[in-house]
Design a binder for this molecule. Structure first.
Ligand code: SAM
Length: 302
């Protein structure tokens, strides 16, 4: 019998800066002929939760090959396990789900701390690391990922009544989609070797903070300073010279401070567009609601 798979793959974790609300803007910024571009490779050097990756691969099946990268080793371990050993992951995650959901609130917190300590040993087998990564993401405060100076995950327990920890259908759908994806771990610059005329890059780097207090940028222990933003611009120049197309998004500091011209200055040779987006994940209530985003591209129709 012919097997059909109806489940649409979507992000399997909550991730700060997740792009689900911006997909329409990304779609409008894509090259006009994207659906007809044969042999296109899609590269996402800051993949995070993968909202754009999953959407674009399902929307444009002509994308034959994709490359994803992130500097977070546990996140990348999880993508690799989903690609190559999804049933082992589902089995471990179902056990965590079953054990956690039967506990009362106090025991859940204890269980969470115990699993967080196990995750922080950094010596678990890949499928266990991936199961713990998803478990902690779904049970910690606001789905945040924050590490201390030693690189240890330190987000406290969140209190969700009935969190869905293991969505086996979605994990299998993601696994099928990842079969055409190369998965790299490291600095974004490592994706430079893929640049060429049949390559489309989408960059979603850690945001430039839009207010003094909001710090969207502490994903990994090294942060993402203005110097890093400029290094990314230099990388955009390099891949453009190799013939690649790119789209980049970031927070728009100009929305709060009209005199702020950082991105306009560093990306002056490219197309720039400002759009409005809704951001929900931030522990600071003032950070919720509609904020302005900036999109930069070397493709004319942005
Ligand atoms: C804004 S998030 C991406 C969100 C993603 N678009 C989504 O929908 O979930 C930025 C990502 O960049 C990663 N990152 C930070 N510095 C990096 C670097 N130098 N090279 C590659 N990835 C980096 C972080 O681990 C984080 O996952």
């Amino acid at each position: 019998m012919l097997q059909t798979h109806d489940t649409q793959a979507r992000p399997f974790i909550k991730w700060v800066g997740g792009k689900t609300q911006l997909l329409e803007e990304v779609r409008r910024a894509l090259p006009a002929d994207i659906a007809f571009h044969r042999g296109l490779t899609y590269v996402e050097p800051f993949v995070g939760g993968g909202a754009v990756l999953f959407w674009i691969l399902q929307q444009y099946p002509n994308i034959e090959h994709a490359v994803i990268n992130d500097i977070n080793p546990e996140l990348i371990c999880t993508y690799r396990v989903i690609k190559t050993d999804v049933e082992a992951l589902i089995s471990e995650l179902s056990t965590l789900q079953r054990e956690y959901l039967t506990l009362d609130a106090d025991s859940r917190k204890e269980y969470f701390l115990d699993k967080r300590a196990q995750f922080n040993t950094k010596s678990t087998a890949p499928a266990t690391t991936a199961a713990l990564f998803i478990f902690l993401n779904r049970t910690c405060f606001n789905g945040l990922y924050r590490v201390n100076a030693k690189g240890l995950f330190n987000v406290p327990h969140g209190r969700y009544a009935n969190p869905r920890l293991c969505d086996a259908d979605n994990l299998r759908a993601v696994s099928r989609l990842l079969q055409k994806v190369d998965i790299l771990c490291g600095d974004f610059a490592g994706t430079g070797r893929y640049a060429g005329p049949d390559t489309l890059y989408y960059f979603d780097p850690p945001y430039k903070p839009i207010t003094e207090t909001s710090s969207f940028t502490s994903y990994a222990k090294d942060g993402f300073s203005d110097t890093e933003q400029i290094r990314l611009r230099d990388f955009c120049n390099q891949i453009s010279e190799a013939g690649a197309m790119f789209i980049a998004s970031n927070s728009d500091p100009k929305a709060q401070k009209p005199e702020e011209n950082f991105f306009d200055t560093i990306y002056s040779r490219y197309f720039i567009k400002r759009v409005s987006a809704t951001r929900m994940i931030n522990s600071n209530p003032g950070g919720r609601g509609s904020i302005s985003e900036i999109m930069i591209s070397n493709v004319a129709n942005i």
